[in-house]
Design a protein around this ligand. Structure first.
Ligand SMILES: C[S@@+](CC[C@H](N)C(=O)[O-])C[C@H]1O[C@@H](n2cnc3c(N)ncnc32)[C@H](O)[C@@H]1O
Length: 929
């Protein structure tokens, strides 16, 4: 594969390959350390997980890929550097990095090269450039992301040694942090966080009564209550009564919540062992969706989810405290019922008297925009503002935290620290807010590990509200952590932030601070021709709603940092949230007037690449990292690049994504090398380009196959080589004189992958089957029973010259998230039916009428019982499905009874017209089931 430490097109001069001029050839033009990236992404050196822990942001490109992209875009195209690049990626070897830094410096004698990431997110790519000592610049539309970039790749690379000491006393624990040689920034960030934590604890202590040992309890379990539609009495919506599962190994019986109902009131108790009663918000036996059952004995009224939502939309939800969690010896979590004092303290919060923060209402009153029911889930339940996402006591704690961060920054400046340093330190403290928000709000439920039978470890935690990529989840019962110690509290999250900072500092011994500005990629604040390389990871189409999902962070960061970083948090959209006018995404959901459509994505991306071309030196490189399972996303990205005047010069797949994203998971992202298209490219005929693309992709696919790259990923990786060839020509002319467009070659690339796999069923080549069967077999190999996005389904149909519309119904069912292959009984079986449909008919007939049924289907489909293609499809479906699948079971039985079915069907053909298949069966051997 392009593993690719080897050289595709090695024999070809760069100008012929790229269509660009031959000046400034870089490693990426001919070589990329794909195998090293693949090997490193799962390791602490290459994953970047600890760097990413510094600030929550929603795109997870591994650091190994960023490092590879930056190094190969800056290093000269000389094989002698391959070894050092591989070392730098796999082990982060300091000596190799040092040597490469020098080579890069020598490559740019006129001054440090400038590397720009115009979609910089949390700043992973600029960090890698900054570490190499080049001028690293990051821009992002989101102020939250821009702050993240500064915390990762700017402040840690600055020298703060001339700053005076902080005016706070050192916290007692972790003295090692104050040893000689501990970086100044790390030491002071720790001091600031400790100071903020203790100021907050003091400010909110009246709201959180201490326990008998004088400590704050670890956490509090809350639930939303609703008035019963029938008896009008309020009751809590509890999704699970388990507080801690039992664990046999430690002789722990576990704990459960008990709802005690007395006349018109209820209260909670905590019992040892497993739950004695059902939760009030659960799926009823045999039903799919959850519903709420009124627990009052004389009532028991059941509320559908829709009616529960209606109650919320009418403003009828209230919060109630159910249980309190204490940490026993720092390990086990023990729950108890809340005391009366705790219930009263929690209810005593008065938010109305809070003075404003940064000129804004202290409680975030920014309205959650329409169309976010899928992204900010609470908005579907009647919660209108970002302030509504927490209960009043949680809000009071966040307000106290924002205020404490502002005050410590002011104290620092008063003690003589530079505003820049105070801002940096306040930034690290503020980075704890998103970390804490992830584990707070009504989406943070109690996470009970273990099993009801006590056979598994039974840890208890707070669940992350981003359980599903960038969607802020919602639950009726949720956990609130206290102002003391324990998972999810300020102090424990400070430790994770500091550990991340420690690693960034340790791995950036040299380098030059990156510069981060908030800017839209369509209007970059840089001069023409001022950038040597643009290396970027553009928004992934419809996968992540960056701004909508981070507005929860934005409202709190704005209240905290507005005065210190006015360039980020002073301006905002008209609604007080992040400005989304230019956000280059495809927004999911059906909000009226939503402008972030597919066409908008393509047009804006194209404008962004035009901007990249403007700021790039004429011989500069554009490197784009991209991955998506939907071909439509690829078509739009590649179309945007092409429209902006870039040509793809090389493309390098690496296995970087492991998380399931969207409907189909992507495991591969492609690093795409681009140059500005040369003016003198030749024109050519479509026939020639068709041939070149097919040969090139087939050759690559055979390599990918040997490397074990999944077929779905090969389809995606194939766009690169197709685009490389497409970009070599100024015009591609069809016989009718018209121009061949990009789409033609994206389809051709995928067809070439399919042809290269040379699928055979029972030694019969796939292309000897009828077209719908070819389509269905290939689909099943790729996606089995998963949902497939429409764009992908259309591409697959086109590869067999079929139209999606013809396949809908007969072979595919349409669902909300795409299309799915039908394996159930076809609507009819006849002479015109494809082999795939006849086989589905055979499976269904087996379940109803065994051998006779199957023989009858063969007769209806006018198929010979010896039809090798038919039996090959039977074998293929069985092989692709799990053995427990009902269709697989039926077809396995069909295979076992092939002899009987064949004889029955033969005799049906030859028998006299009056003799039925059922009569013939009487004289045949017994069936095997
Ligand atoms: C795939 S992410 C980049 C992730 C980054 N590589 C990282 O490691 O965090 C894409 C970024 O594009 C940003 N974005 C979206 N529209 C933009 C625009 N018009 N201008 C600049 N940035 C934009 C998003 O805010 C998001 O941070």
């Amino acid at each position: 594969m392009t593993t690719i430490e080897q050289v595709p097109w090695a024999s070809m001069p760069p100008a012929a390959r790229s269509g660009g001029d031959d000046t400034g050839s870089r490693l990426i033009d001919r070589w990329f350390p794909c195998a090293s990236v693949d090997a490193a992404v799962g390791t602490p050196t290459g994953s970047g997980l600890s760097e990413k822990a510094l600030f929550t942001w929603f795109a997870s490109r591994p650091i190994a890929q960023a490092r590879a992209a930056v190094l190969t875009a800056l290093l000269p195209d000389q094989a002698m550097h391959h070894g050092d690049v591989q070392k730098a990626i796999v082990s982060g070897a300091a000596d190799a990095q040092q040597r490469l830094r020098k080579v890069i410096a020598a490559q740019y004698p006129a001054g440090r090269p400038v590397v720009l990431d115009m979609f910089s997110g949390r700043g992973i790519i600029p960090l890698e450039a900054a570490r190499l000592g080049v001028t690293a610049v990051g821009t992002d539309l989101s102020p939250v992301a821009t702050l993240a970039g500064r915390l990762l790749a700017d402040y840690p690379l600055r020298d703060w040694s001339a700053e005076p000491d902080l005016p706070f006393k050192q916290p007692p624990a972790d003295e090692a942090l104050f040893d000689e040689g501990v970086p100044r920034l790390l030491r002071d960030a720790r001091l600031i966080m400790a100071e903020v934590g203790s100021r907050v604890a003091e400010a909110v202590s009246p709201l959180y009564p201490r326990n008998s040992t004088g400590a704050f309890p670890w956490a509090y379990l809350w639930a939303v209550t609703i008035p019963c539609d029938h008896c009008r009495r309020r009751f809590p919506l509890i999704g699970s009564m388990v507080l801690r599962h039992p664990y046999r190994r430690t002789e722990d019986d576990g704990q459960a919540l008990q709802l005690v109902v007395e006349q018109d009131t209820w209260h909670t108790e905590v019992v040892e062992g497993s739950p004695l009663k059902e939760p009030t918000f659960a799926a009823a036996a045999g039903k799919k969706g959850k519903s709420a059952r009124c627990p009052f004995p004389a009532c028991g009224h059941v509320h559908t989810l829709e009616s529960v939502k209606r109650i919320g939309q009418a403003g009828q939800y209230r919060d109630a405290l159910l249980a309190v969690g204490e940490e026993l010896e720092g390990v086990r979590k023990i729950f108890r019922a809340p005391t009366q004092q705790e219930i009263e303290a929690a209810a005593s919060v008065d938010l109305s008297a809070l003075p404003p923060l940064s000129g804004l209402c202290a409680v975030p009153d920014e309205v959650i925009p329409d169309g976010n029911q899928d992204t900010v889930r609470a908005s579907a339940y009647g919660y209108r503002t970002y302030g509504d996402l927490m209960n009043p006591r949680q809000t009071a704690k966040f307000v106290a935290t924002a205020r404490a961060i502002r005050e410590v920054a002011t104290d620092c400046i008063a003690a003589g620290l530079s505003t820049e340093y105070a801002t940096a330190l306040a930034g690290y403290a503020a980075a704890n807010l998103p970390r804490q928000l992830r584990l707070a709000t009504r989406g943070a439920k109690l996470r009970t590990h273990g099993k009801p039978d006590g056979t598994a470890q039974n840890r208890v935690k707070v669940a992350d509200v981003f359980s599903n990529e960038s969607k802020v989840s919602f639950n009726f019962d949720y956990l609130e952590t206290g102002p003391g110690d324990g998972p999810g509290t300020w102090f424990s999250l400070s430790e994770s932030g500091l550990n991340a900072l420690k690693k960034v500092l340790a791995e950036s011994p040299a380098g030059r601070p990156g510069r981060f500005r908030r800017a839209s990629a369509i209007a970059l604040p840089f001069r023409d021709g001022s950038v040597d390389a643009v290396i970027t990871d553009p928004p992934y189409y419809n996968m992540i709603d960056y701004a909508d999902a981070s507005d929860l962070f934005h409202v709190w960061l704005r209240r905290t940092l507005r005065d210190l970083t006015p360039d980020l948090f002073d301006q905002s959209g008209h609604d007080g949230l992040q400005d989304k006018t230019d956000e280059i995404i495809v927004k999911r959901g059906n909000a009226p007037d939503e402008h972030r459509t597919r066409d908008f994505y393509e047009q804006m991306l194209s404008r962004a690449f035009v901007e990249a071309r403007r700021v790039l030196r004429p011989d500069g490189h554009l490197v784009v990292v991209f991955g998506h399972s939907d071909p439509d996303a690829w078509r739009r990205l590649l179309g945007a690049l092409h429209d902006a005047g870039f040509v793809v010069t090389s493309s390098w797949p690496s296995r970087t994504e492991t998380a399931a994203t969207g409907v189909a998971s992507i495991k591969v992202t492609v690093t795409i090398g681009c140059r500005v298209a040369a003016l003198n490219r030749p024109a050519v005929t479509a026939a020639q380009v068709d041939r070149e693309v097919t040969e090139r992709v087939k050759a690559a696919a055979r390599e990918w196959d040997r490397e074990g790259l999944a077929l779905t990923d090969q389809l995606m990786a194939a766009y690169g080589p197709a685009m490389e060839i497409y970009g070599r020509y100024s015009k591609i002319l069809k016989p009718d004189g018209g121009r061949a467009e990009l789409d033609r070659y994206l389809t051709l690339a995928r067809t070439a992958v399919r042809d290269a796999t040379a699928l055979k069923l029972d030694e019969l080549p796939l292309d000897t089957f009828d077209a719908p069967t070819r389509f269905a077999v290939f689909w099943q190999r790729l996606y089995a029973r998963s949902d497939v996005p429409k764009g992908e389904a259309r591409f697959l149909a086109q590869a067999d010259n079929l139209r999606l519309e013809e396949l809908r119904g007969a072979l595919l069912t349409e669902s909300k998230s795409g299309y799915r292959l039908r394996l159930d009984a076809p609507d009819v079986v006849g002479e015109q039916s494809s082999a795939f449909e006849v086989v589905r008919g055979m499976a269904a007939a087996w379940d109803q009428n065994a051998t006779e049924g199957v023989a009858a289907v063969l007769a209806q489909g006018e198929r010979l019982p010896t039809d090798a293609h038919l039996w090959a499809v039977v074998g293929e479906i069985v092989a692709q499905l799990p053995p427990s699948d009902q269709v697989a079971k039926a077809l396995t039985a069909v295979q076992r009874n092939a002899a009987t079915i064949t004889s029955l069907a033969h005799r049906a053909v030859t028998a006299s017209a009056g003799e039925s298949v059922a009569q013939l069966a009487l004289s045949l051997p017994d069936e095997e089931s």
